[in-house]
Design a protein around this ligand. Structure first.
Ligand code: MIC
Ligand code: SF4
Length: 639
C-alpha cells in the first residue's frame, strides 16, 4: 500500500520508532524557527546545554511579537536574541521584517523538509509541502542541539479537494468550514493532508492560510503537496533551487477522508469567542461593527491586501469604523507599495500598522469597550484583543474589506469582484535578515536586567499533597492560563514577574491562592491547554508550585510543555469524578513515581470530601523518563 506525504516525510527523517499509528517515533529536525515571545526562553535553554553552535541545517530567530517597546524590556530582549543568534549560528530576522510564519514561507521553507517552531502556527510551512510542527520552546532548544523530536504517530486525515473557489470566497472560508465540522479539539493527534484536483487551484499563500489555521483544530500539522504552483511561488521568491516535488502515493491510505468541493464554499465567520463557532456570513449579515483588522500570519499576503485594496479603492471607510492593516512581512509591504495597493488602502482611510503580530496578540489596536471587531486572524478567544468585553469575528480579507466599506457585515459576494493575482509584484529584499557567520564566534551575549534565569522543576516525590487551586471548564486555552497582550508579553523573560498573571482573566485570586498553598493542583475539562505553544503556561504554574493538572483530556503541545517542566498531566479515569472536585479540596496522590513507571492508575484521596478516585498518566517511555527526572532540562543533564 502506498504512503501519505506525511508518512513519506516522517520516514525520510526517522531516527527511531515507526510510522505505525499510535507508535512513538522520533525524527530529525532540519529547520527551526523561534519568535521573540518564546525565543528568549529557547536560547536561555540552549545556552544551558553548553553547545557552541546549532546542529540544524537552518535556524531562524524572528522578532515579531513584542515590538511595541513601551520601555526597555522589549528591545533588551531583541538585543539578547540578536546576540544569541550571532553567537550560535542562527539567522536573525530583525523587528519590522515581518511575522515569522509569513517570512519563513517566503524566504526559508523547503518542500520535503521538517520544521519545528516555538509557535503553534508553525504548520503554516505545510503550505509549501514541508512537515512543520509547533512545539514548546524547550523542544525547539533540544532540536537546535541536534536532538530528534519525538511524537506519537498521528492519524493522517486526507482532505480531498475538488472544484475551485467561487469569486469572493476564500481559503479562509475553507478552513473555517473545516473548523465548523471538526471543532477545536477534532484535530488532536492528527495531521490534515490535502490532496485531489482542487489543490492545483490554490496558491501557496492560500494553502498556507489553511495549514496555518489547522492549529485551531488542535492538529499536529497540516500539509499540502508541493507541485508546479509551489515551484512558481519559489521561483518568484528567486528560490527555484529549493523546490522539489512532494506528494502522496496515488494509493495512499488515509485514516479518514473528508471531501470538500471548493465550489460549494461560501463566506464564513467564526463568532466570539472560539474559532469553531462558525456560521455562514449570510446568517449574521447586517451586524454593525466598530473595527476591522487585516493581517496576522493567517491572512496578510500580497493578494490578501490586494483584494482589500480592490474592494476599497476609490472609496472611503465610514466614520463609524476604524480599519487597521498589518502586512505579514516587509516583502508584502514593499510589494504592496510597488503594486499600488498601499496608496489605495491609505486613501480609503486604512491605518497601516507595523509588519508584525500586533493586534492579533493584543499588542495595540484594541477594540473599544464592548466593541465588535472583524479580523482576518486565527484566534478570537475572549480578551485576547486587549479588550475584555470585545467580540471578535474571524473572517476572510474579502469579508473584512466589505465590512470596512459598509460599517457592517456584508456577504462579499454582493460586491461581484474577482480576485486579482498580484504575486508578479513580489519584491525581494533580505536586508533586514542577518545571516549567521560561517565560523563559530565568541561574540558576547547581551542580557538586559529583565532577563532572569530559568527556574528548574524537581522529580515527583513519592506522595503529593496539594490543594485544588482552580477548576476550569472545557477547551481552556493557554491565553486563559497565561495571558499575552501589551502589559504581560514584555515579562516573558522574567518568570517570577509573569507568574503574577497566571489565570488572572479567569480568577483574579489565583495568584494569591497559589502563593498561600504549599502545593497546587489545577482541575480542567476536555482539551485543556489548547491554542498557543507558549511554555510560560507551564513554567509560570510550575514556579507557583503547581504539581499536577487533573483534566478530562489535554491539547498536544501544552501536555508536552507540562511534562517538560515537571508538572504531571493526569487524566481522570472516570470523567464523572470531575463533578466532585472543587477549589480548596486537599488531595493526596500516592505512590506517584511507582505508578508513573508502571503506567498503572494513580490513587487520589480527596481529604476534604473523604472520597477516593483514580487518575491515569498514559505516557510514552520517553515522556515517562522526562517526568521522572523532573522535566526535560534535568533529563538532558542526567544523560
Ligand atoms: C499566539 O498566536 O497565541 C502566539 C502568541 O503566537 C503563541 C506563541 C506565544 O504565546 O508566544 C502561539 O501561537 O504559539
Ligand atoms: Fe503572531 Fe497572531 Fe500568528 Fe500568533 S497567531 S504568530 S500572534 S500573528
Amino acid at each position: 500500500m502506498g504512503l501519505t506525504l506525511t508518512e513519506k516525510i516522517l520516514k525520510a527523517h526517522l531516527v527511531s520508532g515507526s510510522v505505525k499509528p499510535g507508535d512513538e517515533l522520533s525524527v530529525k529536525i532540519d529547520q527551526t524557527l523561534t519568535q521573540d515571545a518564546t525565543g528568549t526562553m529557547v536560547y536561555l535553554q540552549f545556552e544551558a546545554m553548553g553547545l557552541k553552535r546549532v546542529r540544524t541545517e537552518l535556524s531562524v530567530s524572528y522578532v515579531d511579537h513584542n515590538t511595541l517597546q513601551n520601555d526597555f524590556r522589549n528591545m533588551d530582549d531583541h538585543r539578547y536574541l540578536q546576540s544569541a543568534a550571532r553567537r550560535f549560528g542562527i539567522y536573525f530576522s530583525r523587528p519590522g521584517n515581518g511575522i515569522c510564519h509569513q517570512v519563513h514561507l517566503e524566504r526559508f521553507g523547503k518542500p520535503g523538509k521538517t520544521l519545528l517552531g516555538s509557535d503553534s502556527h508553525t504548520p503554516t510551512g505545510g503550505g509549501l509541502g514541508m512537515l512543520a510542527v509547533g512545539a514548546g520552546g524547550l523542544d525547539v532548544a533540544a532540536a537546535l542541539a541536534g536532538e530528534p523530536f519525538s511524537l506519537n504517530m498521528p492519524q493522517v486525515v486526507g482532505v480531498k479537494l475538488t472544484g475551485s473557489l467561487k469569486p469572493m470566497c476564500a481559503a479562509k472560508d475553507v478552513i473555517l468550514t473545516i473548523l465548523q465540522q471538526e471543532t477545536v479539539k477534532g484535530g488532536v493527534g492528527k495531521v490534515y493532508e490535502y490532496f485531489g484536483p482542487g489543490v492545483a487551484t490554490l496558491s501557496v499563500p492560500e494553502r498556507a492560510t489553511i495549514t496555518n489555521m489547522g492549529a485551531e483544530l488542535g492538529a499536529t500539522s497540516s500539509i499540502f503537496p508541493s507541485d508546479e504552483i509551489t515551484k512558481r511561488f519559489l521561483t518568484l521568491q528567486k528560490r527555484e533551487q529549493d523546490w522539489s516535488e512532494q506528494h502522496a502515493d496515488s494509493d495512499a491510505h488515509y485514516d479518514r477522508i473528508i471531501e470538500l468541493d471548493l465550489g460549494k464554499i461560501v463566506p464564513m465567520a467564526a463568532r466570539p469567542h472560539m474559532p469553531d463557532r462558525v456560521v455562514p456570513i449570510s446568517e449574521i449579515e447586517g451586524l454593525i461593527i466598530d473595527q476591522i483588522a487585516i493581517g496576522s500570519c493567517t491572512n496578510s499576503s500580497i493578494n490578501d491586501l490586494g483584494i482589500a485594496a480592490d474592494i476599497l479603492g476609490g472609496k472611503h471607510i465610514p466614520e463609524t469604523v476604524s480599519l487597521g492593516i498589518s502586512p505579514g512581512s516587509r516583502q508584502v509591504l514593499l510589494s504592496a507599495d510597488r503594486a499600488g495597493i498601499l496608496s489605495k488602502l491609505i486613501t480609503a482611510g486604512a491605518r497601516i500598522l507595523e509588519s508584525a503580530c500586533g493586534p492579533c496578540i493584543g499588542m495595540g489596536f484594541a477594540p473599544c469597550s464592548g466593541g465588535i471587531s472583524v479580523r482576518t486572524f486565527n484566534r478570537n478567544f475572549k480578551g485576547r484583543s486587549g479588550t475584555g468585553d470585545a467580540a471578535v469575528y474571524l473572517v476572510s480579507p474579502e469579508t473584512a474589506a466589505a465590512a470596512a466599506l459598509h460599517g457592517k457585515l456584508v456577504d462579499p459576494r454582493k460586491l461581484a469582484l474577482t480576485k486579482r493575482d498580484y504575486s508578479e509584484f513580489t519584491e525581494i529584499d533580505d536586508s533586514m535578515i542577518i545571516a549567521p557567520a560561517k565560523e563559530n564566534t565568541a561574540a558576547e551575549i547581551i542580557r538586559g536586567p529583565n532577563i532572569k534565569p530559568l527556574p528548574l522543576a524537581s522529580p515527583p516525590p513519592d506522595s503529593i499533597q496539594a490543594e485544588v487551586l482552580i477548576k476550569t471548564g472545557d477547551n481552556i486555552t493557554t491565553d486563559h492560563i497565561m495571558p499575552a497582550g501589551a502589559k504581560i508579553l514584555p515579562l516573558r523573560s522574567n518568570i517570577p514577574e509573569i507568574a503574577k498573571h497566571v489565570f488572572e482573566q479567569v480568577d483574579t485570586e489565583f495568584y494569591n491562592r497559589a502563593n498561600k498553598a504549599k502545593a497546587g493542583i489545577v482541575v480542567g475539562g476536555e482539551n485543556y491547554g489548547q491554542g498557543s505553544s507558549r511554555e510560560h503556561a507551564a513554567i509560570a504554574p510550575m514556579f507557583l508550585k503547581v504539581k499536577a493538572v487533573i483534566a478530562k483530556s489535554f491539547a498536544r503541545i501544552h501536555k508536552a510543555n507540562l511534562i517538560n517542566f515537571g508538572i504531571l498531566p493526569l487524566e481522570l479515569q472516570n470523567t464523572d469524578d470531575y463533578e466532585q472536585l472543587a477549589v480548596g479540596d486537599q488531595l493526596t496522590l500516592s505512590a506517584v513515581p511507582e505508578n508513573l513507571k508502571s503506567g498503572n492508575p494513580i490513587p487520589v484521596r480527596n481529604n476534604t470530601k473523604n472520597r477516593d478516585f483514580f487518575v491515569t498518566c498514559d505516557l510514552s517511555p520517553r515522556f515517562k523518563q522526562i517526568i521522572l527526572a523532573g522535566g526535560r532540562l534535568n533529563e538532558i543533564k542526567n544523560r
